[in-house]
Write a protein of this length. Structure first.
Lengths: 650, 353
């Protein structure tokens, strides 16, 4: 029996000594071809052309697109600052001239931005550097680099001298004191803390979460908005969001009485056989605050006209309107706030959450904008809305009176589109699904995952529940799908997705190749647990020894198929073969699961093929009673902890 | 004449006792909304009071009790100890079924199955910056809340020969574990080394070498403030200043009993003790005991002076019960967890009656 399946874990980058016996058998023909290639090393014309084509492709693949993500306006409205996550910059835009006025380089993959009330300083989260850049707006020069947690994303300034940084991977909010430049406290958030906003008076900070709170297996997802009292710098309230996951930007009205947060209501507990009934995702708003007297979730979708993946939110200063971007269906919804509040306060409000006719009560217009609109910013007089079109590398300018785009500011994209960029556009678009209800990025939020387990197959109710897998660095980890039944990504993303997911024309031909190119190019995020020099801590070293052991503690040999590193072997810690590790459920059609890679596996809880293990520990304490998934029952608790410390580094 | 003498004596006693804290006691029971009268732990968070009971966690706020149970995510109904992260106001909750964490209405639970916690029977917990130290029935543990790394401390990597850790206290420089049956274990933050302190005579029932070391191996509680360590045992109390030990027994101090459940020092000198025979206080010279009298159950305050003379201070209120568990301070007030309710000692000013 084949052993060593470390749950439905992800892929890895660092190297465990790779044993010859662990390698995936190379097909004879392939090996023979390699040898022949070595023997006949003559340079021939077709090879030269192929090489040049490869070089050209590689160069294009490294092309960096600006990819605007977050926006903020200066208090006087003369400058718009956009975070360019693709090029690692902040661009300043002269709002009168509608032209770029300057740029400043920041850290790796910047995501969020905040500005001081006097407009003198910008603060930008560098999500891959775990830092915050402080920028002087007068000179557009960086001043300091401030600390943050793991993958800082959203950021808010309280007006008193403290930044609140939502850290997606450390599930907390770092409070950064600007006087000292140090983190003074870390507030417990929920899973995937991602976006933050400050109330106008600075007294309250609101933080949303891109992933759901890990609850009991196969129970409805839930999330929350953490409300922080900036005067005491503690979390004073957690606004519960039942049935919600993937909560994105949040905005609060100027009087502080009304809050709106964009969110997804995934229908992951029922078979994904009801796409045509709008039963895959509910694209919604959380409406909360004193105006509501609580929190209500209201839909933005309309029948067969879905408002896919709502992302950015802005509330007009006069509180008459709100605006929400849809990053999948490429539009901005205009919401009449009086009607929205009326709906939210109605006795039937709770029932409206899944009512596809409800949005017509308060959505007064939907304005097409560029591709993958992310955050939005509204001028202080409420007349102009700025939209960051991430995959068009532009800013749309929306006249809120005319309810139309009146201009666009290009941000300096390269002149050509690479196949990967074309694929990325497909990945984030909901255009191909029924009613443009969702796209790849609905489940693979920001090209990661969604923390949910799904009932995907229309083969019966409750069959083959699967955990959503991350997509980092998976190009060379075929086969795909939880049971390894898809030999390549073309199969995974093409006909299978078309049939089981989108219920529409799907993605085919050149588009499919582009999509696959993009997915294969999704990079590996930095590992926060591995030291830069690769040296392991004592606990990690001990864990590595357990990972590599071939005998039990009593000295008896561990069968090869039960040694961790046999199945989890090679660069990605997978032998790319199926195995029965005893984690199959009665609802699974087969106990065989594809051995998952372990790259950055620490980031992608829950685990196992169906997401039934919430933590690393549960993989072995609950789901490995007979040592089928590696031999672990002879380990003491501290040894298991050491093993986990090592796995975090992969 | 006799009446005059008695009156003078009582007046003198009252005057004398003014040096020691006097309280007006308000007691809370299930009749007031507590989920159970058996209260193991109490923790003050500003104006809010947390009580760990045998049947859930309770929060007293704005004059009302709010109860949290396993239905709210609490690891177990029996809440043994509470510790507050004063920076974030996160409450760490030691229970008989795991470690729970309360933050703004949400309870998360760590168990030996879903986390690196060594054992689900958690007796004690304390916060040291980003680190949370835990005392369990299978050794100590430290959770680094920044990295979620669990480090376990047991017989394999410390001098701990008995792994039943009962309580833990931490300061910037040192961490101390009360190891039930194993004395006191000290962790030096700077050197990352462990050292154990044991009863030098090794005798369970007698004290051969008083003040030469820890009074007894069966330690239940430790408290470390201003580089002074206090240890409570089932056979007396010990004070250690890093150089010398001083031990206290009921026969030679004001302790009402040698059976101590908790010790909590204010500043290293002024120290409180929860015992099976009342709440005790030591100010470095004098002792006081607060309880319902063991026989009549009438409110009682006993004062023992430096010479060993014991006097009764007339009082009208007392803690809910003589069997006391947990202690915490609220400015000059004190909160005491007892086996028959939670008691709030409201500090009386000189002249108050």
């Amino acid at each position: 029996m084949r052993m060593g399946m470390l749950g439905q874990m992800r892929r890895t980058h660092s190297c465990v000594p790779r044993r010859q016996s662990c390698r995936r058998p190379v097909p004879q023909g392939e090996e023979a071809s390699r040898r022949a290639s070595t023997r006949h090393a003559r340079v021939r014309a077709p090879q030269v052309l192929a090489f040049l084509a490869f070089v050209a492709t590689a160069a294009v693949a490294q092309t960096r697109y600006p990819s605007p993500d977050d926006l903020v306006l200066s208090p006087d409205g003369t400058r718009l600052y956009a975070v360019l996550s693709g090029t690692g910059e902040v661009v300043a835009i002269d709002t009168a001239k509608r032209a770029i006025a300057g740029r400043v380089a920041v850290g790796k993959v910047p995501r969020g931005i905040a500005i001081t009330p006097d407009g003198a300083r910008l603060y930008v989260t560098n999500s891959w550097a775990d830092t915050v850049s402080e920028i002087d707006t007068a000179t557009l020069q960086p001043l300091r680099t401030l600390p943050a947690g793991f993958e800082p994303t959203g950021i808010a300034f309280d007006g008193r001298g403290a930044l609140y940084v939502a850290n997606r991977l450390s599930d907390d909010v770092a409070v950064v004191d600007l006087a000292s430049g140090a983190i003074t406290r870390r507030l417990i958030s929920a899973h995937g803390a991602s976006y933050a906003t400050a109330a106008a008076d600075g007294n309250r900070i609101y933080v949303t979460h891109i992933y759901p709170i890990l609850g009991k297996f196969r129970t409805p997802p839930r999330s929350e908005i953490a409300e922080i009292d900036a005067r005491t710098q503690i979390v004073s309230n957690r606004i519960a969001l039942p049935d919600a996951a993937g909560v994105l930007h949040v905005a609060v009205s100027r009087d502080g009485r009304l809050g709106l947060a964009a969110l997804l209501r995934p229908r992951n507990l029922v078979p994904l056989a009801h796409v045509e009934h709008g039963w895959a995702f509910g694209d919604s708003l959380a409406v909360f605050g004193d105006d509501i007297g609580g929190v209500v979730q209201l839909p933005l979708d309309a029948i067969e006209d879905y408002f896919s993946l709502p992302f950015g939110v802005a509330i007009a200063p006069d509180k008459k309107r709100a605006y929400v971007s849809a990053s999948g269906s490429n539009e901005v919804a205009v919401i009449d706030l009086a009607r929205l509040v009326t709906a939210a306060r109605s006795p039937s409000a709770a029932r409206l959450a899944n009512d596809l006719s409800a949005a017509s009560r308060y959505v007064v217009a939907r304005i097409p904008v560029g591709r993958n609109p992310r955050n939005i910013a509204l001028s202080s007089d409420g007349t102009t809305l700025w939209v960051a079109n991430r995959l068009d590398d532009s800013i749309s300018i929306v006249d809120t009176e005319r309810l139309a785009v009146t201009g666009s500011i290009p941000l300096g994209a390269p002149p050509t589109l690479t196949p990967e960029r074309r694929g990325e556009r497909l990945f984030y678009s909901s255009a191909v699904s029924f009613g443009h209800s969702f796209g790849c990025a609905n489940c693979h939020l920001d090209s990661t995952f969604d923390g949910l387990n799904w009932d995907l197959e229309p083969d019966g109710f409750g069959i083959d529940i699967v955990d959503n897998r991350a997509l980092e660095d998976i190009a060379d980890t075929s086969p795909f799908k939880w049971n390894g039944q898809n030999p390549d990504l073309q199969t995974e993303c093409g006909p299978r997705t078309e049939r089981f997911f989108f219920r529409s024309q799907g993605i085919r031909g050149d588009d499919l190749e582009d999509l696959v190119r993009y997915i294969k190019a999704i990079p590996l995020r930095p590992n926060r647990y591995r030291s830069p020099d690769g040296e392991l801590t004592p606990a990690q070293e001990r864990g590595k020894a357990i990972f590599l052991r071939t005998t039990r503690k009593d000295g008896t040999p561990i069968p090869e198929g039960s040694q961790c590193f046999v199945c989890h072997s090679g660069k990605y810690y997978t032998n790319q073969l199926p195995a029965d590790v005893g984690t199959g459920k009665p609802t699974d059609r087969s106990p065989l699961v594809d051995t998952p890679e372990l790259t950055n596996v620490v980031n992608s809880a829950p685990y196992l093929h169906d997401g039934s293990a919430h933590t690393f520990e549960e993989i072995w304490t609950i789901f490995n009673p007979r040592d089928q998934h590696g031999v672990t029952n002879d380990l003491a608790k501290d040894e298991l902890n050491d093993l986990i410390e090592y796995l975090k580094t992969l | 004449m006799r009446a005059t003498i008695i009156a003078a004596f009582l007046a003198a006693s009252a005057l004398f006792a003014q040096d020691l804290p006097r309280f007006r006691w308000e007691n809370f029971t299930t009749a007031n909304g507590l989920p159970d009268n058996r209260v193991y732990s109490v923790c003050v968070d500003g104006d809010r009071i947390w009580a760990g009971t045998d049947n859930g966690l309770a929060l007293y706020e704005n004059g009302k009790w709010r109860v949290f149970t396993t239905a709210d995510g609490l690891a177990h109904r029996a809440v043994l100890y509470l510790a507050l992260d004063k920076k974030t106001h996160t409450l760490w909750i030691a229970t008989m079924g795991g470690l729970s964490r309360y933050s703004a209405g949400r309870i998360d639970t760590f168990t030996q199955l879903n986390s690196g916690l060594p054992n689900d029977v958690v007796y004690g917990v304390t916060v040291q910056g980003d680190l949370v130290w835990v005392a369990t029935a299978a050794g100590g543990a430290r959770l680094d809340t920044r990295t979620n790394q669990w480090s376990l401390f047991n017989e394999r990597n410390t001098p701990m020969y008995e792994i039943w850790t009962y309580n833990v206290t931490a300061a910037e420089d040192k961490v101390y574990y009360a190891v039930w049956g194993g004395g006191v274990l000290e962790y030096d933050v700077k050197t990352e080394r462990w050292k154990d302190y044991n009863d030098p005579d090794g005798e369970t029932e007698i004290v051969l070498f008083k003040d030469q070391g820890l009074i007894h191996e069966i330690t239940t509680s430790v408290s470390y403030v201003n580089k002074i360590l206090w240890a409570a045992t089932y056979f007396g109390a010990s004070r250690y200043d890093g150089r010398n030990w001083r031990n206290f027994l009921d026969k030679d101090s004001g302790l009402p009993s040698n059976f101590l459940n908790q010790v909590k020092t204010v500043d290293g000198t002024r120290t409180w003790f929860s015992t099976d025979k009342g709440l005790a206080y030591y100010d470095g010279v004098q002792w006081a005991t607060y309880r319902p009298a063991l026989d009549t159950h009438a409110p009682e305050m006993l004062v023992r002076d430096a010479a060993g003379s014991v006097t009764h201070v007339p009082v009208t209120t007392a803690p809910a019960f003589h069997y006391t568990f947990g202690i915490d301070f609220q400015n000059d007030d004190i909160w005491v967890a007892t086996a028959k309710g939670l008691s709030h000692g409201i500090r009386m000013k000189p002249g108050d009656k």
